[in-house]
Design a protein around this ligand. Structure first.
Ligand code: ATP
Ligand code: MG
Length: 236
């Protein structure tokens, strides 16, 4: 088993550690919560454990559908062993239902079901507030080649199709979500996390929000919503 070594990086939601094996990292999920590029700070009880559990479950689920992910195994309540990648500094967002910044930018009512999923790229840069980019920016800035964006788009669309029906069967709506990808040689892997921090998920009937929007907009019941979502994903 890979032994935990020094801290490589501390982000807003996770700590990443080197290990005794060059190609493996440990990703530790924190209870700390931030929103609006770190401007709003707080914490959500048990979030570290919940996001580790949900991410591990969904990475394993996606691997069954031949989606390459960085996940190796869960090593504690809030830590997973992952493949060390060169992260492509692009946030890939998939949207099925209008919410968040899309509503403001294009004047669309929250909850509008899109006729076709929307795939967007944003630059991973908090200081610049993650500006939206397109594939030509990715080529021009040297982040990814056309072959790589083709692979990313194909994998992201496939993940959306798989997860949409997964959540639908649990009476949940996958409104939108953010993915990060990384490279190892010529291969592309899904990285980072898939959790209520990075997805919008609503109850199908009541449209109750079960994700970080409750924290962003001080809606209350944040801790309970995260617990409920974990149980509805993992214990179904
Ligand atoms: N497999 C991987 N290999 C290397 N780095 C990874 C891997 N998976 C995720 N990461 C990176 O580890 C960090 C996780 O920390 P966290 O999500 O808390 O960061 P953050 O505060 O969102 O900041 P940022 O993503 O802007 O660096 C991120 O930078 C993420 O891109
Ligand atoms: Mg992050």
């Amino acid at each position: 088993m890979a032994q935990k070594k020094e801290l490589l990086y501390e982000g807003k939601a996770k700590r990443v550690y080197l290990t005794s094996e060059e190609d493996k990292l440990i990703q530790e999920f924190k209870d700390a919560a931030t929103a609006f590029d770190g401007a709003k700070k707080g914490s959500i009880s048990k979030k570290g454990e919940i996001n580790n559990t949900i991410s591990a479950f969904l990475f394993e689920y996606l691997e069954n559908y031949h989606i390459p992910t960085h996940y190796f195994e869960t090593i504690s309540a809030n830590e997973m062993l992952i493949r060390k990648l060169d992260i492509i500094p692009i946030e890939v967002v998939l949207r099925n239902v209008a919410a968040g910044s899309l509503c403001a930018r294009y004047q669309i009512t929250e909850g509008t079901v899109m006729e076709y999923p929307i795939l967007e790229y944003y630059l991973k840069n908090d200081e610049l507030h993650d500006p939206m980019i397109n594939e030509y920016h990715a080529y021009a800035f040297g982040f990814a080649t056309p072959d790589e964006t083709r692979a990313i788009n194909r994998i992201a669309s496939k993940i959306n199709a798989i997860l949409k029906s997964f959540f639908d069967r649990r009476n949940l709506v996958l409104v939108d979500f953010k993915l990060e990808f990384g490279k190892r040689g010529t291969e592309i892997f899904l990285a980072d996390e898939i959790s209520p921090d990075t997805c919008r998920i609503w109850d199908k009937k009541t449209h109750k929000k079960l994700d970080k929007d409750r924290f962003r907009h001080d809606m209350g019941g944040v801790d309970k919503a995260y617990l409920e979502l974990r149980d509805r994903i993992v214990n179904a």
